[in-house]
Design a protein around this ligand. Sequence first.
Ligand code: FES
Ligand SMILES: [Fe+2]
Length: 393
Amino acid sequence: MNVHQPFPMETPEDAAGHFATGPVPSLPYHDPEWWKLEREAIFKRTWLHVAHICEIPEPGCFIRKEIEFADASLVIVHGKDGVVRTFHNVCTHRGTELVQEPSGQRGQFTCMYHRWTFNTDGGLHSAPDFERFHVSKDSCALKQVRTEVLAGMVFINFDPEPRQSVREFFGPIAEEMEKLPVARAKDFTEFVYEIDANWKLNFDNFQENYHLRFIHPNTGASVFCPENPMGYPTHYGFSGPHRSQTLFTNPNPPPTPPVLLEGFMRGMALAKDEPHGFQKTDFKLYPCLHIVGLPPHQYSHTHMPLGPHRTRGTIRMYWPEKADCASRLFSREMSTFSVRDVLCEDRPAVEAGQRGVARIDQVHFQDHEVLLRHLYDTVQQEVADYLAEREAS
Ligand code: FES
Ligand SMILES: [Fe+2]
């Protein structure tokens, strides 16, 4: 079994020792003005995971993405030159939406209105009667959003001059991400939900096991045992703004129902060749991406903010190949539904948390909620840095 550790993993006691222990103000979890600061300080200038390369496997393939917090419609294109680029989905003539469909494959992109036509690298290829415009074609290229691919995952950054490359941003984790099954995935099963909760509050729900025993007495039973009655992780790690934890596995889990067992066995057979198919490291990547590898699948979970109190969660189970038979399809759907079932248990608690959090001034974190504190502290620091830069400019 591979337990991958991209940076020093510490015992919960040692990890907690690096952080303050007191309560923190609850305001960042609910205040609309604070959210506006986070949007500028973090989300508009940080690398955000928005797609996977297997969605645009060939030159000319594209997908459309709406990023609500930035009021942006984007088209992510696999160029004929092999480069993945992201463009604002806006014709540069007079602003008409360029692409209407969610995905497809094209050699060029033609605006429906006056037929301006763009190449897959965003350059203006042709426009009727262009000589009557007093501009150069070069100045009419589609407006780009910075895009980089790491471990098969497509990241964008709304900052035209990002402070770091994606690889620099993830530091020592970047190399580890490239070894994960997600880096070689050819397909995925997706589950998308929206929840009435701040993005941090929703992410936090997946950063602590303190609630497992109470919210998931049955679905979480595989991690409880007399030696670890709360199912806490065994180690925590920190790397810049990113975190990870090593999950605990009950050595004597309760019996799995036969139909689940059948599905899991099928999935495990598929995962056995993956070097990290059984990895137990759970990455919590800044700002809002969570990648967990549990037998037999690997899934990513993105918590994209839609506003101060609403978040879109996108869960993707990644697979090394396309489903080519009914049993494989069955096992994938079953794995996805098993995760969805757990989420359904979480949702009422998370939404009740959002409704109540504005009514208390402070929240408390125990030692096994240290990942929550790290995210909280990181966000505080990023907003403080942004305000200082704004003040200085
Ligand atoms: S607005 Fe696109 S060609 Fe005129
Ligand atoms: Fe949960």
